[in-house]
Design a protein around this ligand. Structure first.
Ligand code: NAP
Ligand code: GDD
Length: 350
């Protein structure tokens, strides 16, 4: 029976990956951080009581900023596969806490790789590093491939570039089976509430249900290549099942602006709308009314922006036989339906 350990199991991707690995009959160890409130809501449906014999999901406290906890967890679990999804993953927040972001997102990867080496697991344990299209930043080529040079534009992007190259370095120096997934934005109903897609879906669903008047956003012109997290975790697993460890771009190959994403959510909610103004004065109204439903708040602009991201995942399609099952429309439909249901359930108890 295969054993895997997921750092970052409580996050969006961690929860989908845990589901996938459990379905494939893995024993899944997950690392969670101590928090004053429960941070395991995305795992509730998978949780197994510690008193159950032969349980398949085992949670441990740990933190990628704590070398000893990382090292002892790896020694204790002796996994066949390690997935490093742990990160301070919010780009805007990385400008506010750059040092912590570097510690968790850059040195965190090094701590795991060093533990593999220190415990002599180079031949036994495979390693996946959660890389990102943010590493391309101010893009040097369109679309971006595995060969496109990096030009990160945030402390988050810079930290992930370190994690990328230290992963390559340990692969080459110590023959560790280590892969970098370079994943473009991926979303789902489980997406954290401060990322733009979830924020838009949540805000517009609340407006639809008369629970909120206006949604405040930042730069509406940024273009992103958005896929579904459920499809993307399959690629992570596939990378570790190959004969040779390599790096892969995972993307849909299509991009739209944040503004168009808003339009698609409004259409899904059957709200008729009209945009007015430009730049900071852009607003969106319910058609033939004075109800301003979207406005700009300059506080949501970043010190530097990544204007456009568009990935080419031909290599993953060819070598991993990876394919996507969601398109943007079906993903938005799922996000909107789940959001409306959850808001309506909440409303009952208000
Ligand atoms: P997420 O929802 O923010 O989850 C991040 C996970 O990391 C959470 O489980 C979080 O724990 C954990 N974590 C944060 N700091 C930690 C620390 N110091 N020690 C241990 N765990 C820590 O992110 P996601 O969207 O699932 O993304 C997963 C990974 O892929 C991240 O590394 C992200 O940077 C990367 N990535 C994401 C995307 C995307 O579009 N989603 C694209 C490319 C790459 P808490 O629950 O306690 O906060
Ligand atoms: N979060 C947020 N909130 N973003 C906004 C807002 C807002 O109110 N208004 C406009 N945006 C714009 C941002 O400026 C950015 O250009 C775009 O929407 C997407 O922002 P996010 O959803 O925060 O994602 P991101 O692209 O910065 O980063 C995500 O994708 C990366 C992969 O490219 C994160 O998941 C990263 O962890 C991931 O690596």
């Amino acid at each position: 029976m295969k054993k895997a350990i997921i750092f970052g199991i409580t996050g969006q991707d961690g929860s989908y990956l845990a589901e996938l690995l459990l379905k494939k009959k893995y024993i899944v160890h997950g690392v969670i951080r101590r928090s004053s409130s429960f941070n395991t809501s995305r795992l509730n449906h998978l949780y197994q009581d510690p008193h159950i014999k032969n349980r398949k999901l085992i949670l441990h406290y740990g933190d990628v900023t704590d070398s000893i906890s990382v090292s002892s967890l790896i020694k204790k679990t002796l996994p066949h596969e390690i997935y490093n999804l742990a990160a301070q993953s919010h780009v805007a927040v990385s400008f506010e806490v750059p040092e912590y972001t570097a510690n968790a997102d850059a040195i965190g990867a090094l701590r795991i790789l060093e533990a593999i080496r220190f415990h002599g697991l180079e031949k036994k344990t495979k390693f996946y590093q959660a890389g990102t299209s943010e590493m391309y930043g101010k893009v040097m080529q369109v679309p971006q491939t595995e060969k496109t040079p990096f030009y990160p534009r945030s402390p988050y992007g810079v930290a992930k570039v370190y994690a990328h190259w230290i992963t390559v370095n340990y692969r080459e120096a110590y023959n560790i089976f280590a892969c970098n997934g370079i994943l473009f934005n991926h979303e789902s109903p489980r997406r954290g509430g401060t990322f733009v897609t979830k924020k838009i879906v949540n805000g517009l669903c609340k407006i639809k249900l008369n629970l909120q008047k206006t949604l405040y956003l930042g730069n509406l012109e940024a273009k992103r290549d958005w896929g579904h997290a459920k499809d993307y975790v399959v690629a992570m697993w596939k990378m570790l099942q190959q004969k040779k460890p390599k790096d892969y771009v995972i993307a849909t190959g299509k991009q739209i602006t944040v503004k168009k994403f808003v339009n698609m959510v409004l259409n899904e909610l059957s709200i008729d709308f009209l945009w007015t103004g430009k730049g900071m004065n852009t607003s969106c109204y319910i058609k033939n009314s004075k109800s301003k439903i979207v406005a700009i708040d300059k506080n949501y602009y970043r010190p530097l922006e990544v204007d456009t991201l568009l990935g080419n995942s031909s290599k993953a399609k060819k070598e991993l036989k990876w394919k996507i099952s969601y398109n943007l429309k079906s993903m938005i439909k799922e996000m909107v339906n789940e959001e409306l249901n959850s808001l309506k359930n909440d409303k009952k108890y208000r």
